[in-house]
Design a protein around this ligand. Structure first.
Ligand code: HEC
Length: 133
């Protein structure tokens, strides 16, 4: 991993601040495909975004606003099925960076979480953009 300097960190926090409302910058991330690219690298081995297309993991079609563990045709862990939460952007971001902290005992292992907060944010922006598709 490339070392991150102070200037990078300042730029990053400025970006995160702007992206945290669904702004033109966030849409830009979608249109440039940065979020999708990250999703492809970190998630697509196990997840499709197409409705009904479950793989090793459940499909993530319109995941923002969906109740956790709620697809009828996917065999969730009981931890996920009983999690009793609705995925919003904040919960998704926390789950992606540390799955066990949000749903202890989930079976998303061996996936350990995305390390970079900026990457997490981009993936969530991408997933959030699927709400309208
Ligand atoms: C190694 C395979 C694997 C990878 C990689 C993976 N997941 Fe998962 N994911 C799973 C499995 C399996 C489950 C079901 C967990 C359970 O039932 O406890 C899951 C569940 C989920 C859920 C809950 C879905 C629901 O219907 O409630 C979300 C959201 C999710 N993953 C997002 C992601 C994102 C975003 C990434 C990439 C940053 C990712 N996952 C990477 C396997 C994976």
């Amino acid at each position: 991993m490339k070392a991150v300097g102070w200037t990078d960190l300042m730029k990053l926090s400025a970006t995160l601040y702007i992206v945290s409302s669904f702004s033109p910058v966030a849409q830009d991330i979608v249109s440039t495909g940065a979020g999708q690219q990250l999703f492809n690298n970190a998630c697509r081995t196990c997840h499709s975004i197409r409705d009904g297309d479950n793989r090793l993991g459940p499909n993530l079609h319109r995941i923002v606003g969906r109740k956790a563990g709620s697809l009828p045709d996917y065999n969730y862990s009981s931890a996920m099925r009983d999690a009793d939460l609705v995925w919003d952007e904040a919960k998704l971001a926390r789950f992606i960076s540390n799955p066990d902290e949000v749903v202890p005992g989930n079976k998303m292992a061996p996936y350990g979480g995305v390390a970079s907060a900026a990457d997490t944010r981009k993936i969530v922006v991408f997933l959030s953009s699927l709400r309208t598709q």
